[in-house]
Design a protein around this ligand. Sequence first.
Ligand code: UT7
Length: 334
Amino acid sequence: MSFIAKIIGTGAYLPERVLTNRDLEQMVETSNEWIVTRTGIEERRIARADEYPSTMGVEAAKRALADANIAPEQVDLILVATLTPDYIFPSTACLIQHAIGAKRAAAFDLQAACSGYLYALSMAKAFVETGAYCNVLVIASEKLSSITNYKDRSTCVLFGDGAAACVISAQGEGLAIEAIQLGADGEQANLLMMPAGGSRNPPSVETLAQELHFIKMAGNEVFKHAVRRMESACKDCLDRIGLVEEDVSWLIPHQANLRIIDAIANRFKHLPEERIFKTVQKYGNTSASSVGIALDELLKKARLKAGENILLTAFGGGFTWGAAVLRSVGERYA
Ligand code: UT7
């Protein structure tokens, strides 16, 4: 028996609190003008002290399950992509499994930085299409504000918090996951990282004094790699299934910087500007959650017809990157 993995429901959760560029002007030496022209970001959401990747993930998961019309007890596996887990262990996936009452589900976290949503989708597709599981709940949830140094203007203006979820199933209608292309290059690991907190540099008075528990990024270098890798991942992914640019209805790139999105858009000459979906202005870079939040928003806004292709792409620390093609199938799309 053959199975086709489909996204049959999506959800997202953004914290209420908004941190604007004007707020940041009061915190570090920056300006609304610099942030908007260099990044396109106008505001981002920041989780409350008592909101965590698990609690935000629970909200996004509940919305995705409701959208998919799937009960928590029907979930076979929960995959959580995050680089800001509640704890190093137990996994955030286990906390969410308990909170939503998905009693039958196995649960684990995976870490692929900003590419986490695509890495998780790829695993879900494999589990579903091999027949191992029927319903997989994928969640990406990040509290980047917990590892952002609000004294470092080169990073603190970029990041925001939020969560996204989707249900991948062998049954029902939705977006078929046609192809996924993933990649990694560990040689560039030090260009984007959090140096301490793991077992190599456990938390200590010294690591705290040296501010090693925050995101460190060589922004300029990362920028160049991000454009190159996302472009080639998109083209390789389309090639794999014999599609060309003209077959793409929507492009959802990782929402890190409007200039990166524009640079990728310039390489897709046939895709009209309005078909490149952007949320970076409102939410900043939410790492693993970024593509998932944008996908949920696109699906709630756009009326897809059957047979439309959505191209997703992401890039992040590791380095990691990926692209995926989703195709709308079934009567749900008129
Ligand atoms: O999600 C994972 C992937 N992450 C990314 O894709 C992020 C990739 N990188 C970027 O988005 C951009 O490189 C940044 C937005 C981080 C930086 O933009 P940039 O155009 O590459 O600026 P830069 O780092 O080359 O800095 C230019 C100048 C510097 O001043 P000097 O040395 O020229 O005097 C910085 O000190 O801008 C200064 N600067 C700022 N000025 C005002 C850096 N941050 C700020 C700031 N406000 N917030």
